[in-house]
Design a binder for this molecule. Structure first.
Ligand SMILES: *[C@@H]1O[C@H](CO)[C@@H](O)[C@H](O)[C@H]1NC(C)=O
Ligand SMILES: *[C@@H]1O[C@H](CO)[C@@H](O)[C@H](O)[C@H]1NC(C)=O
Ligand SMILES: *[C@@H]1O[C@H](CO)[C@@H](O)[C@H](O)[C@H]1NC(C)=O
Ligand SMILES: *[C@@H]1O[C@H](CO)[C@@H](O)[C@H](O)[C@H]1NC(C)=O
Ligand SMILES: *[C@@H]1O[C@H](CO)[C@@H](O)[C@H](O)[C@H]1NC(C)=O
Ligand SMILES: *[C@@H]1O[C@H](CO)[C@@H](O)[C@H](O)[C@H]1NC(C)=O
Length: 282
């Protein structure tokens, strides 16, 4: 069995990036706009970087100035170029993370293909642990504390179709954006974790998600069942990275909002590597 990049899965990391997209030929060319966030600067030590410090916004900027500068960039952008800010949220601890730690990587290769061990259940689609829920609730407190500073709230919310991500989105944004009815989150298949490596990567069907998250939307053509997972197939790193890129293509081609929230998995780091930038989530 291919061993997955488990180092990416162990801790929650949340990051914000301002992206620039321009077209050359048929394919969009993406870059991260430097100067706004510490995590976008190569000199930032990703091991000590802590997003709790104002989500990494550079000390010489206020949120009001940041929002103004993004608006100015878009107003003055040349033909074919646009700018978007993506707030990536990553789920905290879920049961497959606990089980992986409990058994260790070598034994986990064996156990991960089962649904559980009678003590813990890690598949299909494991839930967040109470610790994982607490991290998302704590992020909610952090974001609420920034609102008085004019923090630009996301205008659109996307989630991986796994409950550990949708619950993270819910606990983070519930009273800020969901309960007031200000936005409807949308499930997007492309935001799921690297496929393979056990039952934790098999998702539930659409009816389950509709019942657990009433009112949430699904992207067009969202498959009812999980058609991508197969017990004897592991997605390559390159495949996963292309999904990260497809997400950006989708955002820049079909999403009108400038400020976007995406709640996903450790593979959010892969998406940043794909466009040649270091990742604060590794
Ligand atoms: C703010 O600080 C960052 C990081 O040091 C720097 O890249 C950027 O140019 C500064 N911006 C201004 C307006 O001084
Ligand atoms: C909770 O949030 C505070 C402030 O944002 C941060 O300092 C602390 O490390 C967080 N605790 C956990 C468990 O995430
Ligand atoms: C059950 O799982 C927990 C970790 O969640 C572990 O600490 C405990 O030892 C396990 N018990 C058994 C009987 O395997
Ligand atoms: C969403 O969050 C709210 C507020 O914390 C909570 O009452 C509700 O049960 C959560 N829903 C899910 C599916 O976790
Ligand atoms: C989803 O999977 C179930 C169980 O395998 C099957 O009975 C059902 O027909 C499938 N539904 C669709 C829409 O493919
Ligand atoms: C930051 O590092 C990446 C990957 O090593 C590199 O492609 C990029 O050019 C660097 N950016 C700057 C501003 O030095």
């Amino acid at each position: 069995m291919v061993s997955l990049s488990t180092a990416l899965l162990l801790t929650l990391s949340t990051t914000v990036s301002a992206y620039k997209a321009g077209f050359s030929g048929h394919a969009a060319k993406y870059s991260i706009v430097p100067g706004f966030f510490k995590q976008s600067d190569n000199s930032t030590d990703v091991k000590t970087f802590d997003y709790h410090d104002n989500l990494g916004l550079n000390d010489n900027l206020t949120w009001t100035e940041f929002k103004q500068q993004i608006d100015d960039l878009n107003e003055n952008a040349e033909e074919g170029v646009s700018y978007k800010v993506i707030y990536y949220g990553r789920h905290g601890e879920a049961w497959h993370n606990v089980a992986n730690d409990f058994y260790g990587d070598a034994y986990w290769c064996y156990y991960s293909v089962f649904n559980g061990d009678g003590n813990m259940t890690w598949g299909p689609d494991p839930y967040l642990t109470p610790n994982g829920e607490a991290v998302a609730q704590n992020n909610s407190v952090l974001i609420k504390s920034l609102i008085k500073d004019d923090f630009p709230l996301p205008q659109a919310f996307y989630s991986s179709p796994f409950t550990r991500c949708a619950d993270t989105l819910n606990y983070t944004w519930y009273d800020i954006a969901l309960a007031p009815g200000y936005v409807t989150p949308v499930f997007k298949e492309v935001l799921r974790e690297q496929i393979g490596g056990g039952t934790s990567e098999l998702r539930r069907d659409r009816a389950y998600l509709e019942e657990r998250y009433p009112g949430w939307d699904f992207e067009a053509n969202f498959p009812y069942n999980d058609t991508m997972y197969s017990p004897d197939w592991d997605e390559t790193n390159a495949g996963m990275q292309w999904r990260g890129r497809f997400f950006l293509d989708d955002m820049f081609q079909t999403e009108e909002s400038t400020f976007i929230s995406a709640t996903a998995h450790g593979s959010i780091g892969a998406e940043r590597r794909k466009i040649g930038l270091h990742s604060s989530s590794t």
